[in-house]
Design a protein. Structure first.
Lengths: 507, 252
């Protein structure tokens, strides 16, 4: 009485235990013997190379001023108004900052007073007026209090509240630069000591004002700030007498220039100085270096390859429904969900290899061509480059498995292809709408399957640089592999649904 | 020709999926438009951009469903072998193809009009009172954007029909259509050179065709609204020509 069900139970166990490898082999044979699918995968890899070629040759920055590079090798913004004199050897300088007022453009040629959170005014010691040279500075800011910063990427918060009248002091002792802040000019609180090598025996020391662009409405607008300094004290015995004022880095790819009808200047009477400046001393981000390329620009062919692998992924199952092969497949392997798993594994592996080959060929080719055209590409460590290549391959592979699962649910290729393509690609068109609020575009890049593109992020956001850190500019809300995990979640959930419906319904 | 048209109308009327796809086009278009208009932060002075274009953003999604519909009109016949019966009944292949194109045009025109009117209505209800900037079809540019969007959807339908007739396989055709539509808007974001960017946006069916939706700051467009829609029409015509010729030349 129980024998038929026992037999089928044992049979299915045996299929599960011994036959899974055969199932994989069968699915692999199906895949490699359909010329269209093999061509599709090859085309996907080729597409990535072709788009990298296009990205490489389309940019032309020949003859534009070179991007300033900081001591740590990264691109920097180094444009500010500098009132300076040489300082030989060690020494100390103090000043009080009684006012820091910023103006933001309202219309063409019109400025209104406003707050620029990272407007900076204070004391700086710098190797020279060359862009990208080492420095250390203590400053008051628009709304982030006193800060000690050095060599572009390092930032330490000071103790004095933003509202108080602020005294600043900078000491040099060899390579050690120490910044102090005070509310009265007598009781000093140490903010930080920075070790800055390469300042040389005679460095330039003095006052500076910087005013980074205001961020809003999906773009930026250049601002200008004016600071009033008093009680500038330099110990006797320093070389140099008169103060020299000038704009550092007036012409630079990382400096958009002054707003219309504004310019940098300084006036001095006794120890009282009024300095007006624009620009920033900070690491460069996508907003401040709009001409800079990133790895994801070179791998833009991922989107085209994505559509190809989605088509192949959907066809891998729907073609079986179309030519009725599915009956044979399911008769040969009664555990239907195992068939789906075997298909998913074969498809993932094949797509991963194709995607990896495409990414590994495309990346150096596109980078070389772009650099040959004078395009600056944000530098990345080779480990990050490898992560982008592996991640792109995983993205493509996981997307094709998602298409397979949706294809198994729909049993129809056109609907499956469209659903998966729209789910991954459309979010990227929506986040490019200029007046889409940042919170919405970040939300879209978190919850949709398109979150996986976070794996291509190579840019680093900085707390001390206000910018549009949105997916459109290459800053994703999720960590690289977390983004892929979101897509994988969609793929696994769809596979689970597909396994259930495949077992329940007639083939 | 009348008989062929009647046959095509019967085919599209008696199968469930075209109706669902048309309803889906309307629903998806209106839903995305309403969603997009409800998340932007608007003040009485505007939304910081082109509100008409924003209100019609739903066609970015709706066109995908139009594409499926148009692809299935031909590829489902190849899939089921129905194409042989169709060609036996209507031996003049050009007539059959024209009947299909006219049917697609008709049903997409109806669904597109409903979708666009729905989106405009949703925009009017969701966006705050914008005073003289309010959406109104009495306004020339807004009317041009709305009617042009319906035409755009029809052209996408015809483009898809042409490609699907040439390719015959539904998955490959839909992949080709979606690639043609969506890839250029994405890669033009990443191309730094403005000349290349403008060239791509001028020749790509989606970027050029949707220029018809722009009502403000027309000077910054890479291509003027009607010329842009003309580019999309050129793509559709080329696809129809290729599909029609291949249909005539080869065995079914």
């Amino acid at each position: 009485m129980t024998s038929p069900s026992t037999t089928s139970h044992r049979l299915s166990q045996r299929v599960q235990r011994d036959g899974f490898f055969q199932l994989l082999h069968a699915e692999w044979s199906k895949f490699r013997t359909v010329a269209g699918w093999v061509i599709g995968m090859t085309a996907a890899a080729l597409t990535m190379v072709l788009f990298a070629l296009l990205a490489g040759i389309s940019g032309n920055q020949k003859g534009s001023p070179s991007v300033p590079i900081g001591p740590s090798g990264g691109p920097v913004t180094d444009s500010f108004y500098f009132v300076h004199q040489p300082l030989a050897g060690d020494g100390s300088i103090t000043v009080s900052v009684s006012a820091l007022n910023s103006s933001i453009p309202e219309g063409p040629g019109e400025l209104r007073p406003g707050t620029v959170p990272w407007a900076k005014a204070g004391l700086i010691i710098k190797k020279g007026t060359d862009q990208g040279s080492p420095y250390a500075a203590i400053m008051v800011t628009g709304s982030h209090g006193v800060r000690m910063q050095h060599n572009y990427v390092h930032d330490t918060a000071g103790p004095v509240s933003a509202a108080a009248a602020r005294w600043l002091r900078l000491d040099r002792s060899g390579d050690a630069i120490t910044g102090y802040a005070s509310t009265d000019g007598t009781n000093w609180t140490k903010v930080a000591t920075a070790r800055v090598s390469g300042l040389g025996s005679t460095a330039q020391i003095g006052l500076f004002v910087a005013s980074p662009p205001a961020v809003g409405g999906g773009g930026t607008a250049g601002t200008v700030s004016t600071a009033t300094f008093g009680d500038l004290r330099t110990p006797e015995g320093w070389a140099g007498g008169d103060w020299t004022g000038g704009q550092v880095g007036a012409k630079s790819p990382t400096f958009a220039g002054y707003p219309e009808n504004a310019s940098g200047s300084f006036t001095a009477s006794d120890a009282r100085f009024t300095v007006t400046g624009a620009g920033d001393i900070a690491p460069a981000v996508r907003d401040s270096l709009p001409t800079g390329g990133q790895l994801r620009d070179i791998l833009t062919g991922t989107f085209a390859a994505l559509i190809v692998v989605i088509v192949v992924g959907a066809l891998f199952i729907t073609e079986e429904y179309r030519n009725k092969m599915i009956h044979l497949t399911l008769a040969a392997s009664p555990r239907r969900s195992l068939v789906l798993v075997a298909k998913a594994i074969v498809l993932w592996a094949v797509t991963f290899v194709a995607g990896l080959v495409g990414a590994i060929l495309a990346t150096p080719l596109g980078e070389r061509l772009a650099r040959g055209n004078g395009v600056y590409i944000f530098p990345v460590p080779s480990s990050t480059e490898l992560r982008v290549e592996l991640g792109t391959a995983a993205l493509l592979a996981t997307a094709s498995v998602l298409a397979l699962a949706v294809g198994a649910i729909f049993r129809h290729s056109a609907g499956a292809v469209t659903t998966v393509v729209v789910a991954i690609v459309l979010p990227y068109i929506l986040i490019a709408i200029p007046f889409m609020p940042a919170a919405v575009s970040k939300g879209v890049a978190t919850v949709t399957p398109g979150a996986a593109f976070a794996v291509q992020q190579t840019l680093v956001p900085y707390d001390q640089v206000a910018s549009n850190y949105t997916p459109y500019y290459g800053y994703y809300p999720l960590a690289p592999w977390a983004g892929v995990a979101v897509l994988a979640g969609y793929a696994l959930a769809s596979l689970a649904v597909a396994a259930v419906v495949l077992s329940r319904r007639d083939a | 020709m009348r008989l062929a048209l009647h046959a095509e109308w019967t085919k599209i009327r008696t199968v469930a999926s075209p109706l669902w796809l048309l309803l889906g086009t309307v629903a998806a278009t209106v839903a995305l438009s309403a969603g997009a208009t409800s998340v932007v932060s608007c003040t009485s002075s505007g939304c910081g951009g082109d509100t008409t274009k924003l209100t019609l953003i739903g066609v970015d999604l709706g066109q995908a469903l139009v594409a499926i519909l148009a692809v299935l009109v031909i590829s489902s016949e190849y899939n089921s072998g129905m194409i042989r019966t169709s060609l036996t009944a209507v031996p003049r292949r050009t007539t059959l193809f024209a009947a299909k194109a006219i049917t697609v045009t008709g049903v997409v025109a109806v669904a597109g009009t409903v979708a666009v009117l729905g989106s405009v209505l949703a925009g009017r209800l969701i966006l705050p009172d914008l005073g003289d900037q309010a959406l109104s079809l009495d306004d020339g540019p807004t009317l041009r954007a709305a009617s042009g969007t319906v035409l755009y959807l029809i052209l996408i339908g015809l483009l898809s029909l042409g490609i699907a007739t040439a390719v015959r396989d539904s998955a490959t055709s839909i992949g080709g259509v979606l690639g043609l539509l969506y890839i250029v808007p994405i890669i033009s974001q990443t191309i730094s050179d403005p000349d290349w960017q403008h060239l791509l946006e001028k020749i790509a069916p989606m970027s050029a065709g949707l220029a018809i939706q722009t009502t403000t700051n027309l000077g910054s467009l890479p291509i003027s609204p009607w010329a842009g829609l003309g580019v999309t029409a050129g793509w559709a015509a080329a696809a129809l020509l290729a599909g029609g010729l291949l249909l005539r030349m080869r065995d079914s």
